[in-house]
Design a protein around this ligand. Sequence first.
Ligand SMILES: Cc1cc2nc3c(=O)[nH]c(=O)nc-3n(C[C@H](O)[C@H](O)[C@H](O)COP(=O)(O)OP(=O)(O)OC[C@H]3O[C@@H](n4cnc5c(N)ncnc54)[C@H](O)[C@@H]3O)c2cc1C
Ligand code: FES
Ligand code: FES
Length: 473
Amino acid sequence: MKINFVLNGEEMQLDVAADRRAVDLLREDLCLTGTKEGCGTGECGACTILVDGHTRLSCLMLASQLAGARITTIEGLAPGPEKLHPVQQSFVEHGAVQCGFCTPGMVITTADFLARKPHASRTEMAEAISGNLCRCTGYRKILDAMEGVAEEVGLPEAPPQPVAQPDVSPIAESVVTKRAVFSPKSLAELWAIISEHPQARILAGGTDLLIWIRNRRIDPPSLISLTGIDALRGIVEDSHWLRIGAGTSHAAILGDPIVSVMFPVLAQALKTLGSPHIRRMATIGGNIVTGSPAGDTLPPLHALGAEVELSSVSGIRRLRISDFILAPGKTALTPGEILSAIFIPKMTGPTVQHFEKVGLRNAMACAVASIAAVIGVSADGTIESARLAWGSVGPTVMRIPAVETALVGRTLTRKTIENVIPLVAAGISPLDDVRASADYRRLVAGNLLLRLLRFAVPSAEMPSAGTAMEKSL
Ligand SMILES: Cc1cc2nc3c(=O)[nH]c(=O)nc-3n(C[C@H](O)[C@H](O)[C@H](O)COP(=O)(O)OP(=O)(O)OC[C@H]3O[C@@H](n4cnc5c(N)ncnc54)[C@H](O)[C@@H]3O)c2cc1C
Ligand code: FES
Ligand code: FES
């Protein structure tokens, strides 16, 4: 396929395989080897580039997704051959480089972050680079360098208008490649492509799908990217519901003030999902359709009583999320259907909302066990309603009716929770796997419930959710 884009300020037209990874296009076809490939699976950040002024992991992008974009790689960051970019300068001055492998990704990420938040705290800086791994310098010097950036950091300007593309239809443009990648711009185009290519796989952020393809777990004949369909993105509210387009990124949802005020349990879960890079690329729809019991948006969406909207050329239907995910990786989507939106009902009274996840590390960790709770508590501390959902302790997200019923009408105290913990252990069906034993998960699931008191009753003394690890090892 032919694509036009602007690379480090220079207009390019290339004829490439639509499914070639952006990192390979940059490094191998264009010899821009400053962009590194470490893991190839979104975990190390070495391949970070700027696409239209936002960081993207080029190992999880396809060449076709660069069409029309303005790309900046490390080679194009400095203002000219004689002068380093202020972030590069600071990295040099603070000795924040050892082998240098992580440095291009680290510098690009820092430049993007400081351009948006020049007076960030050290903690915010650490969070900003939490998706960029360095195996040798140590993060202290990198953070020193970030703090030491003296000049205002500017980013390459966004293009005044999208880069013009060769004049071809979304269907014709890509069928010449090994694996076709279609890029419809509207739902009408999407339905036409789906009807002609029923075996095609939907591609959203690609943070799951492209890894499965890379690992040869799946080999779809073609992909249909949803990125160009504006109707699938965005958050709107009416008097009863908040509607989140399935193509909305986790970062966009996290940045939405309605979500953080009205549904903090979802915002808390999103903060723990992947890294800032992953949250900018990945979508809520992709997380739901992947249907992993460890998917971080799923416990909050179950606890909030969310519904999903499924669309196809024949129309729209709505299902409760609990009826949508049938088994690990299996959903109620029928051929030709996509997940188009998520509807979250607005709460009618005050609620205590909380999400907590235990993983093997603090960042970029899959849940060993997680809990999302939405509890209605009256002024005198009586539990009026309880919706609790656990992740990673069964084949799908689990709610335990016996626990919820036992809590309603009681006061939210340590004793009340301790009394229902046996019901938690009996109500879940965890597995032994590489991340944890079933016994450990059972113990943690109960501890997570107990730790809710920290948020409802801040002075309560709580166990660490992970203390069970010592017992299970
Ligand atoms: C480094 C790394 C860390 C991660 N950390 C976490 C984590 O902490 N927690 C977590 O929950 N996940 C994590 N993930 C997994 C992944 O990022 C999420 O599941 C993400 O939300 C998937 O969304 P996506 O847009 O990238 O989906 P894609 O990869 O594009 O698609 C995933 C699946 O959903 C289908 N699909 C996507 N959108 C639709 C739609 N609208 N309609 C129909 N089908 C659709 C695709 O066909 C595919 O089967 C991580 C991934 C990586 C690479
Ligand atoms: S190479 Fe590691 S995130 Fe892309
Ligand atoms: S400097 Fe070697 S990996 Fe960071």
